[in-house]
Every structure is written in C-alpha cells, then in structure tokens.
Design a protein around this ligand. Structure first.
Ligand code: ADP
Ligand code: ZN
Length: 745
C-alpha cells in the first residue's frame, strides 16, 4: 500500500529512519516536506491518518531550525509532544495548562534553540512576549494544524483561529503551512483567504481510505446490533457515536452489561472526567468510548479498529471525519452505520431548533437539510460506499468494486416479496384512514391488542396482524424505508402522520415495485482484513501487545506511543530476535531501539523457544529491496522459485498468489506451502486454512491411526482437498502437536 516518494531526498529518508524507523513516505508527504524546506506557503489536504504531522516534523529537524506549530487543543499538543519525545525528537508546547514556572523553563530552553518544534494555541500569538520570543528566534515557518477551524464553513469552527489572520502581517518573512483533512472547496478557499497564503503549493490527497470497510445496516435493535459488531472486535479499540448525551450513557451502560469495557463521553461532562475517559482509552484500560461528536480531535490512538454510528451523522463530511478516526495506522478497520429514517427526522428537528435559537436565516436551515439529504442518499444506495464517498468529495473512483463495503461484498440482502410487504403496510395506512403515525400503524400490522387499539376497533381491521410474523422493530424499519423511498408520505408536524401519495397508489395497484433491505445475517471478510493479518502469528501478537502495555506503564506513556500495531504485527510475522532484525522490520527509530528494543527481541526469542517455532524469518522489506536490486520480479522467478515462494508465504501470500507470481502450477505452490510450514513453523496457518477446517482436519487426523491420508480424506467426506490436509498435518507435526491451534478471526 505504501509507495516510495522519498527517493530523491536521501536526507529525508535518513531522518525518517532515525526518528521513526519508517522506510517510505506516504503520498504527498515528500512534496509537503519540500514546500516547508523551501519555505514556500502550502495548503496540505490529506485524509485523517494520511500522515500530516510528519510533513512539518521532518523539515524542522532536517534544517535544524525552530518551527512553530499552531494546534487547537491542549490535549492534542501534549500527545504530539509526548510522541515526539518518545522518538528522541526535541519538541515542546506552551499552553495555559502549564504552571508559570513550567512555562518560564520551556521559554528559556526554546530561546536557547533546544527545540525543533514549538507547539502553541492561536491565542498565544496575541501575547507580545511570545511574539517577541519568536522574532528573537527568527522563526521562519509556521505549521497550522487543523486549519479548517478557521472557517465558518467547516465542521469545527473555532473563533480563536480567526486571530491567525494577523500572522502574515506580524511575521511577513515567515512561510505559512496549513494542514487539514477537510475536503470541501469552500473551506479550502476560506483557509487560503483568511491566512493570506501567498501562491500556496496546493497538495490534495485522495480521500478514499481503502483500509476502512464500510457497512450501512438498517437500524432495528441498536443496542443488540452494536454489541454484535463489537464482538467482532473484542479487546480492540472502538468508538460508538450517538446522537445525544443521554444516548451515550445508556449505550455505555448496556455495553458494560455485556462485559464490554466501555465508557461514555460528551461535552456535558466535567473536564476532569472527560480527560479521565480519554486517558483510560489511550492507556488501553477501556476498549470502547461511547460518545457524541464532542469526542474527536483529541483522540490520537492510531489503532481504533471499529467506528460505529448508532445514529446517523449530520453529513457525509461528518461521517468521513468520524470514521476517519479508525485505522489511522493504515491497518484494517470496520465502520458500521446504523441507519434509520427516524434519526434523519431527529436531525431535521435539531437543525431547525438551533437555527431558530440562533436567529439564523432560512438558507442555513436549507443548507443543513441538503447535507442531510446527501447522507440519506449514501445510506439508501445499493452501490459501492467507497465510490459514493469519493465522488461526493469530487474525486473519481476507478475500481469497479472496492471489495471493502457491504455492497461490494454482496452483503446487502433484499427482502423477498418486498412489494407485497409494502402493499400490506400501505393498505394498513389506508385502513386507519391516514390519521395515525408510524407507531400505531406498526402495532396494528403486528397484531398488538392494546387498549387503545381495541378502543378504536382497529383489532377488527382486515390489516390487523398482517405482518404478525415479523418483529416490531423490523416492521418499523420497513415503514421508514418506504417513507425514504418516497412511496409513503409522512407529515412534518410535531406528531407526524402517515399519508398515502401518488406513488403509494401505484404500489397498491401493482404498477410499481419496491425494494426493501434487511439487516444482513452474516458479514463477510474483506480482502483488506485478511491481508492485514496475513502471516501474523496471533498468539505472539497478543504477547507482544502485553509486553508493549508493560513498557508503556513503566515509561508512563500510552501504548500506541511505544509502538504502533502495524509494527507489532510485523514483529509477529517475522519474529526478529536481534536489534538489527527489529530495525529492519520497521517502527523502531534509534531512540526506541535503544530504550526497549532488547526487551522485544528477547521476548520474541523466548517465545520461539517455548513454542518451537523459527525466528528471524526473511521479511518482505528485505525481499523488496532484493527484488529491486535484481532488476525485476521475472528475473527472481527464474532464479529460485522455491525460495521466492517462501518469501511470499512469509509475507502472507496465498497459494494462488504464489502460483501466479512464481509461474508454477497450483499443486506446486501448495507443495511449497507444506515445505514452508515444515521449515518455518508459523504459529498458525489461518492465512491458508480457515479455523473451522483446521479443527475438522485435526480431529480427523487424530482419529486416524495410520500415515495414509486417504482414510482422512474420506472421513472428511471428500470436502477438504489433499493439499490442505497435508498442510495441516505438517503444521501439527512441527508445532507441539496441536498446542498452536489457530486463533484465526
Ligand atoms: P494525520 O494527522 O494526517 O491524521 P498522522 O500524522 O497522525 O496523520 O499519522 C497517522 C499515523 O501514520 C501515525 O501513527 C504516523 O506515525 C503514521 N505515519 C505517518 N507517516 C508514515 C510513513 N511515511 N510511514 C509509516 N507510518 C507513517
Ligand atoms: Zn465497495
């Protein structure tokens, strides 16, 4: 996924390695770094997780100068400074949360030129003493993080950011570099104008996040549905977004009753308890934060594996921003949005209410509604979600299928006989004389016998109990889907009533068909999810995670600042047992290697010994370098297909991929896999054999007493091919006879 954009500047590469232990730059980072090195104004728009911070971190250290970073939140500044210091990078922040003595001390160090980056809030620039200090230091470049906060049109307007307009006049010689993840043209133009950027280099990245798997699911029982999704991410970091403060509290309570380590978060809480929840999350003491949109910018945890919207967000921008907090480490993450028309109606009410309160003109309400309608279209669509989001932001999406959304995975299930079901609903609306709302119509349809229904005589209607086999929530969702599709009307007053419209009559007369969605029974595994775990020794990964936790506690840092999950997974893939091996795997800069590299290497060595598995497997970075040196992959193929196959398997390739890339038959690729398993003893083989098949084959092998595989094949009803049986047999042989049962997903 990473492409090399570094090649023309070896000094950048050197710094990247030394401080962060990374090998390659991400798209546009090279260009953004160059703009800062040249001190040419720039506006850099990269999605969340795109790696904006490196763009201003590298130039300052490379040019040995002190640059200033403007950041909107103290917690953000603190996290960045802590993270940089853990890498041995000299940085500091000046903010109002520090004591006078701390501030004085930091200023002294800054004046002595000890820091490469100095973080400050926009208000501080008004302070003459601070301005004087920057002049004295000869600060030549300002990086403005979260630059969209300057714009009214953004989703995070902060009045303090307006003061940045004075920067240009105050420091006419300095270059200004704005960074944001917000995609809209209006906000971009606003940033350029407000900051008075001079012919800025404009760098706009791709908004698509290929590592996110999107799902939109009809909302029925959102508590149960949310818990079910979280079960797929047990022990992993997740965020659940709710619409109201009360909702967050109720949801968190429910999740705790399901043994999920969850806490709520909203703007109505005291600052101290908000901070406590953030800290608990960062330190991995809790896994799930249930929050309103107030939980956002301050989250630096890069390993969020799941973002759930228990209620629809306000716009696609908000959706992009909120789901953007998932998978910032570039690894797979799942985003599930529970959709209901009811929530759209709730938002409409809120938009109107806040507009009335603020005395805003009618066009503000209309603009809000328009954003909501785009979101509604995204949710109701049956097409690729990645494409829809990219196109919304004005970018084309080339691939016909993303392989990472519910539509492309073929999970969207239509209700059988949707038109007939729709007719039942519509005729019930007709029978109650178009005088009732959703709740009542649903009750009649499912055949409820409440006092009110009996009083009205609605239990004697022919439509009473027409859908009695369905759950009330399902019927309610169906009704809302019909409203969404425009084949059923709903008044907009305080107590909305269902009304038939022209389209309704077409459906009733059989002149129009209707599509209705069901909540999918089963979700599939996307390729990105498989790839991200390919070749990872899961038990080892879990142990390394525990080790990271321990080191983090000792150093009083959150675990993600010790090592990212991506690095941890690579360690669990290649099992390096030496410092040099760790360095090659990536994620260890010099400082981290010196501070705790030894412990990780020793931990891996001990694991290899007790589990009887090989360490120091050839890693794919080394392989890539080798392949490049030799000219091309075809040449490698001629050289030694078996060796190439081993390297590919170590990098997590499937047998099919190995067959294609080595140009050998499928059966030979499987033969190589068997040899690979024998020689390298991977902790688990779930990459090639799923957990259920592995268990079945193991059982059949244990039940057989001979060495012949035929009886085993037959006992499995001929459903498992010989080559798979051989791989499992080999694996059982080389691991301590079944102790290493795969922990696949
Ligand atoms: P953004 O601010 O754009 O949301 P960050 O700067 O926080 O993104 O970077 C997201 C994550 O990606 C961080 O954990 C960072 O260390 C990592 N990262 C950034 N650039 C690279 C790179 N070139 N190679 C590997 N990881 C990177
Ligand atoms: Zn798709």
């Amino acid at each position: 996924m990473l492409t090399d954009h570094t090649s023309d500047n070896p000094a950048v590469r050197e710094v990247l390695r030394r401080y962060w232990g990374y090998d390659t730059l991400r798209p546009l980072q090279g260009e953004a770094i160059q703009a800062e090195l040249d001190r040419h104004d720039s506006l850099v728009v990269l999605p969340t997780g795109g790696g904006k911070s490196l763009c201003y971190q590298i130039p300052a250290i490379l040019a040995q100068r002190t640059d200033v970073v403007i950041s909107p939140l103290i917690s953000l500044m603190k996290d960045q400074v802590d993270g940089l210091r853990a890498c041995g990078y000299p940085a500091a922040a000046l903010h109002s949360g520090m004591t006078a003595a701390e501030q004085k001390q930091t200023e002294r160090e800054a004046l002595a030129g000890r820091y490469r980056l100095l973080f400050a809030a926009p208000e501080r620039l008004q302070n003459p003493w601070f301005g004087g200090m920057l002049e004295h230091l000869g600060v030549g470049a300002f990086a403005i993080d979260e630059a969209h906060c300057i714009s009214h049109w953004g989703h995070d307007f902060r009045p303090e950011y307006r003061q940045l307009a004075a920067l240009r006049a105050r420091f006419p010689q300095a270059s200004l570099h704005a960074y944001t993840a917000t995609a809209t043209q209006r906000v971009r133009d606003d940033i350029v104008a407000q900051l008075r950027l001079r012919e800025p280099v404009l760098l706009v990245g791709r908004f698509d996040r290929p590592n996110l798997v999107y799902r939109v699911v009809p909302k029925q029982d959102v508590y149960v549905q949310t818990a079910a999704v979280l079960q797929r991410h047990a022990g992993q970091a997740a965020i659940v977004y709710c619409l109201s403060r009360t909702d967050t509290e109720v949801m968190a309570e429910f999740l705790r009753s399901q043994k999920v380590r969850a806490a709520h978060y909203h703007a109505g809480m005291e600052a101290a308890s908000r901070r406590a929840t953030q800290d608990d999350f960062a330190a991995e003491r809790i896994d799930v934060v249930v929050a309103t949109v107030a939980f956002g910018m301050g989250i630096d945890r890069s390993d969020v594996r799941c973002v759930i919207h228990a209620a629809v967000p306000k716009s696609i921008e908000h959706y992009q921003q909120e789901t953007g907090r998932a998978g910032r480490d570039g690894l797979e993450a799942e985003c599930v949005l529970f959709y209901s028309y009811g929530d759209i109606a709730r938002w409409e009410g809120l938009i109107e209410k806040s507009a009335t309160e603020a005395n805003a003109p009618a066009k503000v309400v209309e603009a809000g509604r328009e954003l909501l309608r785009h979101l509604q279209r995204l949710c109701n669509g049956y097409g690729c979600r990645h494409r829809a989001i990219s196109e919304y932001f004005g970018q084309t999406y080339e691939s016909p299928s993303c392989g990472a959304c519910d539509a492309c995975l073929g999970e969207i299930e239509g209700l059988a006989d949707a038109t007939v079901a729709a007719q039942k609903v519509l005729s019930c609306v007709a029978r109650v004389e178009q005088r009732f709302g959703v709740g009542h119509v649903v009750e009649v349809l499912v055949g409820a016998k409440t006092a009110r229904i009996r009083e009205l005589g609605h239990d004697r209607l022919s439509t009473h109990g027409l859908l009695k086999d369905l759950d009330k929530k399902v019927v309610q969702d169906m009704v809302y889907q019909l409203v969404d599709a425009g084949v059923l009307g709903r008044t907009t007053d305080e107590y909305p009533i269902l009304k038939l419209n022209a389209a309704s009559w077409e459906v009733l007369r059989g002149k129009r068909t209707v599509k209705l969605r069901q909540a999918a029974a089963a979700v599939k595994t996307a390729q990105v999810e498989q790839d991200a775990w390919a070749g990872v020794d899961r038990p080892l990964f879990e142990r390394l995670r525990a080790l990271r936790q321990q080191v983090a506690r000792e150093l009083n840092l959150p675990p993600f600042m010790i090592l990212h999950d991506a690095a941890l997974r690579d360690l669990a893939r290649f099992r390096p047992t030496t410092l040099e091996g760790l360095r090659q795997v990536g994620g260890f800069g010099q400082r981290k290697l010196a501070r705790f590299g030894r412990r990780f290497a020793d931990g891996i060595r001990a694991y290899c010994k007790t589990q009887g598995v090989a360490g120091d497997l050839p890693n794919s970075v080394a392989f890539r370098t080798k392949a490049r040196k030799r000219g091309n992959a075809a040449h490698v193929k001629a050289a030694d297909p078996r060796r190439q196959a081993f390297e590919l398997y170590a990098g997590g390739a499937t047998a099919e991929q190995v067959a294609t890339q080595t140009g050998r038959a499928r059966s030979t690729a499987w033969q190589y896999l068997e040899n690979f398993v024998g020689d390298h003893r991977p902790g688990d083989v779930s990459r090639w054999v799923d957990a259920a098949t592995y268990a079945r084959v193991t059982e059949a092998l244990r039940a057989s007493d001979g060495t012949a595989l035929r009886p085993v094949f037959e006992q499995l009803g001929g459903q498992v091919p010989y080559e798979v049986i051989r791989v499992v047999a080999r694996h059982l042989e080389v691991t301590a006879l079944g102790d290493a049962a795969p922990t696949g997903m």
